[in-house]
Design a protein. Structure first.
Lengths: 84, 591
């Protein structure tokens, strides 16, 4: 793999990381902590939404984020022929 | 059959299983001993990581902490799961590609410096010893609770079992016993939770049950908030910690999780880079099953407690109450002399534990000598939240025994994982890398085994004579991991410009400031006690959350120092280029 390909691969990876980590931050620090009172005025069945994000929702999103990253990177590895 | 008999049978079977696995998976080389030969499937590694991660505190304690702190308990839920996202995205794949045995290996090679390696070894040993001392104590407590033996005897039994498979199999033995231990502990945790959820709301899925309504049609959380505010508690869904503190504690736990050596090394055991990513996903999935159930159990238990005991005459209390009173986990002192239990905010006792004295009170309750002046009459140990569940749900005795086996599985798996890091640090990072570079693989394996024995003995000693700082394990282990390893590793991967000088000064700055803060505000070892109260916390951040500040200091110092000093040599920049590309990870390099 030449240098420009490497750079491209790495930039693409960093792009995925940024997007996924922004979501990671939003669902935990954002919805679960910083804006928890505002979200608590909204209800999800018996849950106040902010409370739900802090004790349930953020964790579900974390799991999904990792598997999305796995998928994205497997595709990217194939595209740049660095998969094994 | 009696609970005791069931407990002996089920715990006996699980122990026989662990020992059988240990004999089957003996290690033949250092590579097998340190990283299980690098041939663990992502699924098995995910299961093992989950068991490694979830300790007796997660299994027995966490639901209780949440039950008695409500929204504030979210810091542990988010903090101890969110770190896995960082691991999967920022650390695990690259460290797997790097392909060595330990975290200090990476730090030492990436920062081309023995000083950096030594700082990393010292930090790894300190973090792991702090953590493992609490685990060994936890093993003893679980034994004493379920098998009616002394706590110290429990520690000895635990030491013997861990020693057996750590000595024989190293990482290989530990990995496959952890897979079995995960299955035991998750089954033991979920069965009572599902029954309790059906009882409380008719919904068999606890995660949905605690957002449902009970028989009276009122949502469970609304009912609990109502019960609590009526009696002067803060509403369950609101919490009492400041927003800043919740933010910083959550962050410290996340970065700490991602920086803990015993978690990181689990990802050296899989064959390929993409397996490292995937197994982090599996690990978090398996952890999430327990971590999303715990807050549900917390709500069921707290509601049940508030409804059952409030203004109930002691004479009419259900039998689980008196049973746990006999073990000292519940205490009641009839302060207003009405024979009924009043459960109100504030501590019912002076100090941490009730001190029981001879004789029984007017209603048959156990007498205590240290009841406080506050109107609250009830002391409840948080651990009861999980322990009493099967009885409250009226489940058969064998399930209660299963919970015992689950608690032991959780404690043993975590202790074993930590002990491996300690023995690897001693035999590989210290002896092999610092003093005896030329020793043969056979000799190193022998040294690794002896280090495992030494580590078990020291950890057992700490378990029997717990040093004062063990109670602060959350602040210490996570704070120090967040302020030292996490930044050093992340910068080592994502910045080619980061050099030896920057990394070392950053790690030292992070470690020093975090240790200072914890020593002053948590342990009270330094500084004037009068100026070390909660009012004096910097920016209102508790010691548990200060690891985040330590981490930021580490990043800042490292970036500034590295700009003022020479860039790393060409060869090191090539290493960084290389770990960013997943192909060619091959086997972990033997050296």
């Amino acid at each position: 793999m030449d240098t420009s390909q490497r750079k491209k691969y790495w930039r693409e990876n960093l792009k995925y990381l940024t997007i996924l980590l922004v979501i990671w931050f939003l669902v935990s620090y954002g919805f679960g902590i910083l804006w928890v009172e505002e979200l608590n005025t909204i209800r999800l069945g018996g849950f106040k939404l902010g409370f739900w994000f802090a004790q349930q929702g953020s964790i579900y999103v974390f799991v999904i984020l990792i598997f999305v990253y796995v998928r994205l990177m497997n595709k990217l590895d194939k595209k740049f022929k660095v998969n094994e | 059959m009696e609970i005791q008999t069931w407990t002996f049978i089920i715990v006996g079977i699980t122990f026989a299983l662990y020992i059988g696995i240990a004999i089957w998976s003996r290690a033949g080389s250092t590579k097998e001993f340190y990283i299980a030969g690098g041939g663990v499937s992502p699924l098995a590694n995910g299961l093992a990581t989950a068991a490694d991660w979830m300790s007796a505190a997660s299994f027995l304690g966490m639901a209780g902490i949440i039950a008695f702190s409500g929204y504030d308990g979210s810091v542990y839920l988010m903090g101890w799961t969110g770190g896995y996202v960082l691991l999967a995205l920022l650390l695990a794949p690259y460290l797997r590609k790097f392909g060595k045995f330990t975290v200090p290996d990476f730090i030492g090679d990436r920062y081309y410096s023995n000083v950096a390696r030594t700082v990393a070894v010292v930090a790894a040993l300190f973090v792991s010893f702090t953590y493992v001392a609490g685990q060994m104590r936890g093993v003893g407590v679980v034994f004493s609770r379920f098998l009616d033996v002394e706590v110290n005897t429990g520690v000895y039994i635990g030491m013997a079992v861990v020693l057996f498979y750590a000595f024989l199999g190293g990482m290989k033995g530990i990995t496959y016993t952890q897979v079995a231990q995960y299955c035991v502990l998750i089954f033991a945790f979920m069965v009572p939770a599902i029954f309790i959820s059906i009882m409380a709301t008719g919904n068999p899925i606890p995660q949905m049950g605690f957002g449902s309504a009970g028989e009276d049609g009122v949502y469970l959380l609304d009912k609990l908030d109502g019960l609590m505010t009526e009696l002067g508690f803060t509403a369950y869904t609101d919490g009492t910690k400041s927003k800043t503190d919740v933010f910083f504690i959550t962050a410290a736990l996340m970065m700490g999780t991602a920086g803990l050596p015993h978690v990181i090394i689990r990802f050296f055991t899989v064959p390929k880079v993409k397996d490292a990513r995937k197994s982090a996903g599996y690990a978090l999935l398996f952890i999430a099953i327990l971590y999303t159930t715990a807050p549900a159990i917390a709500v069921f238990a707290r509601t049940n407690l508030m409804e059952t005991v409030q203004d109930t005459p002691y004479k009419e209390i259900p039998s689980w109450f008196t049973k746990w009173e006999d073990t000292g986990l519940i205490a009641w002192s009839d302060k207003n002399g009405d024979g009924k239990i009043q459960y109100l905010p504030g501590s019912a006792i002076e100090g941490k534990k009730p001190m029981f004295i001879q004789g029984r009170g007017d209603y048959g309750q156990r007498k205590i000598s240290n009841s406080s002046k506050i109107a609250n009459e009830l002391y409840v140990d948080r651990d009861i939240t999980v322990l009493a569940n099967p009885e409250i749900a009226g489940l058969p005795n064998w399930i209660i025994a299963l919970v015992a086996a689950g608690g032991l599985a959780a404690a043993l798996s975590t202790a074993a994982g930590l002990l491996l890091v300690i023995s690897t640090s001693i035999s590989h990072d210290l002896i092999k890398k610092q003093f005896a570079r030329d020793i043969s693989d056979k000799k190193e394996l022998l040294i690794a085994r002896l280090s495992a024995v030494l580590a078990v003995v020291v950890a057992g000693y700490f378990g029997i004579n717990p040093p004062g700082f063990v109670a602060s394990v959350v602040a210490l282990a996570f704070g120090l991991a967040a302020s030292s390893f996490f930044p050093a590793i992340v910068m080592g991967i994502f910045s080619k410009r980061m050099n030896r000088e920057g990394a070392i000064s950053g790690m030292i700055a992070g470690l020093v400031i975090t240790s200072y803060y914890i020593a002053r505000f948590k342990l009270g070892w330094i500084g004037n006690p009068e100026t070390s109260g909660t009012d004096n916390w910097w920016f209102g951040i508790s010691p548990e959350g200060f690891g985040t500040v330590g981490m930021l200091v580490n990043f800042a110092v490292a970036l500034i120092v590295s700009q003022l000093t020479a860039p790393p040599p060409e060869k090191v920049q090539e290493i960084v280029e290389n770990i960013r590309i997943p192909s060619g990870a091959g086997d972990a390099i033997e050296h």
